[in-house]
Design a protein around this ligand. Structure first.
Ligand code: NAP
Ligand code: MG
Length: 480
């Protein structure tokens, strides 16, 4: 594998004005490569290049089908290179190789979907009487700045980049310092499909430096951010100062309500995916289970069984789909998660299984179930962002919904029951942007996703996401 990785600005691979940063393999703890770090000057060059492309009309003057075809071709490029991309993604991020392949496929799927959507962004004609012709069009904002998290680096970039390009925006991507490498293939893809130089710029830099400079840049016209609440607030503040819109996707503390009539065999599968996929480093993870009194003990026993069935080892040694989990992204994130479990124990919760750092090199945490959690505890309210599931108990439907809604977040929520009235009542009363009934993560790229409350605003995925990347123009023509 290459030992030094550069940034991609205005169609050229360049060194970083802020030096280099070491990228580690969290599966071993060893140094993997060095990444060029962009400083404020490179951010400025990238934004200026993107603005030049925008003003030239090279993207926005195209017939949408032509942009759409390029966007679709980027997805095919990723699939053609899936072996190399997944390999690097696993080494830099820690996830099992089979999960890295799923991530690359997921990234490709965004380009397929939004490539298809490019030609559907149509305006309408508004009747103003016989003397006027009036119509609306949707125009790209111009320069879209996208700040990417480390949990799904290639899929998160794909999510915003595909929709932004399909609608004719030029993009500047700030990759995460922990996992910058796999994003290089998005630059290769942009080049391979014939996008103009400067339409896609991908650079790594420190959040506090390059990230802050990008979000405050006066030539940026729209911002997309996925990550933590404090950083989201900083970015929204910078956006407000320049009066540009932003999309914020800020994580959650999402709950599954499990009723006494739920299919518990099926629910075991939801536990496996909901909290242990990507070692729980998922904004929409099922990080709380709110279990009915009468099935609580049986459910805990089953969930502990799921946690204990997982083999945990370096992602690169996990090529095949199976009951396995990889490393967390870094030792710092692992320690943070382990500390939160320790604090929960201190507040009176019971660690039913796991909770400890594993005694092997790398950023490994045991798959963890914490029970006897009450709504007032810190672990019931704060994102752990690791393989840690908190279990709470309820006896009335109303209490379950109040508990599910009892955090500042509202990203997703789930209800597991065979009773249609219960399911639809919960779906109506849960305050979250996406509700899963009887299957966690039901939905897809086609379904809109985003938060209520401190989980953020704006929507990604689905046709809803397109409207974050365009502005409405009305044209009124006085007829002769
Ligand atoms: P973070 O600070 O929000 O980082 C996310 C991205 O924002 C990174 O690219 C980061 O750069 C950048 N950034 C940081 N400070 C910035 C600033 N002032 N201006 C502009 N960009 C900035 O998140 P983190 O520190 O990596 O993780 C902390 C916690 O955030 C996690 O434990 C988790 O709870 C949450 N999180 C949520 C998601 C999600 O999907 N919702 C994803 C990741 C993290 P650097 O790479 O240089 O830090
Ligand atoms: Mg950070």
């Amino acid at each position: 594998m290459k030992t030094y990785w550069q940034n991609y600005i205005d169609g050229t691979w360049v060194d970083g004005g802020a030096g280099r940063i070491d990228v580690f393999n969290p599966g071993t703890g060893e140094k993997l490569a060095e990444q060029a770090l962009a400083g404020v000057a490179e951010v400025d060059r990238a934004v200026v290049a993107a603005q030049r492309v925008h003003l030239s009309g090279a993207l926005s003057d195209l017939r949408p089908v032509e942009r759409g075809r390029m966007v679709q071709a980027m997805g095919r490029y990723l699939i053609e290179h899936i072996d190399e991309i997944a390999h690097v993604l696993t080494l830099e991020q820690g996830k099992p190789l089979w999960e890295a392949r799923i991530e690359v496929e997921g990234a490709a799927r965004y380009f397929e979907y939004y490539g298809n959507q490019a030609e559907t962004v149509e305006g309408r004609s508004i009747p103003l009487g016989k003397d006027y012709l009036d119509f609306t069009t949707y125009e790209p904002f111009g320069v879209s700045a996208q700040i990417i998290p480390w949990n799904y680096p290639i899929e998160m970039t794909a999510r915003s980049l595909s929709a932004a390009l399909a609608t004719g925006n030029a993009c500047v991507i700030k990759t995460p310092e922990l996992t910058p490498l796999s994003n290089a293939w998005l630059a290769h893809a942009a080049e391979a499909v014939g996008l103009p130089k400067g339409a896609v710029n991908i650079l790594c830099g420190l959040g506090s430096e390059a990230g802050a400079a990008l979000s405050a840049h006066p030539l940026v016209n729209q911002i997309v951010f996925t990550g933590s609440v404090p950083t989201g607030v900083a970015i929204a503040t910078a956006a407000a100062k320049n009066v540009v819109p932003c999309v914020l996707e800020l994580g959650g503390k999402s709950a599954a309500i499990v009723h006494d009539d739920a299919d518990l065999d099926a629910f075991e599968n939801d536990v496996r995916w909901g909290i242990y996929f990507n070692a729980g480093q998922v904004c929409s993870a099922m990080s709380r289970v709110i279990a009915h009194d009468s099935i609580h003990d049986e459910l805990v026993e089953r969930m502990v069984g799921v946690a204990q069935s997982l083999t945990v080892r370096p992602g690169i040694d996990q090529p095949e789909f199976g009951p396995t989990m990889g490393a967390m992204v870094s030792e710092a994130q692992r320690d943070r998660a382990a500390d939160k479990v320790g604090a929960a124990h201190g507040e009176g919760a019971h660690v039913a299984t796991g909770g400890r750092k594993m005694n092997i090199p790398g950023a490994f945490l045991e798959p963890t179930i914490v029970t006897n959690v009450t709504p007032d505890m810190t672990i019931a309210n704060e994102e752990v962002f690791g393989p840690v599931l908190s279990v709470l108990k309820f006896s009335s439907d109303e209490d379950a919904i109040a508990m599910a809604n009892g955090t500042p977040y509202g990203l997703v929520g789930g209800v597991f029951t065979r009773n249609l009235d219960r399911a639809t009542t919960a779906a109506r009363n849960l305050r979250a942007g996406q509700i899963f009934v009887n299957e966690w993560y039901a939905g897809g790229v086609e379904t809109p996703f985003g938060g209520y409350g401190k989980s953020g605003y704006g929507r990604e995925k689905g046709r809803e996401a397109l409207w974050n990347y365009v502005q409405t123009k009305n044209v009124a023509i006085k007829l002769g």
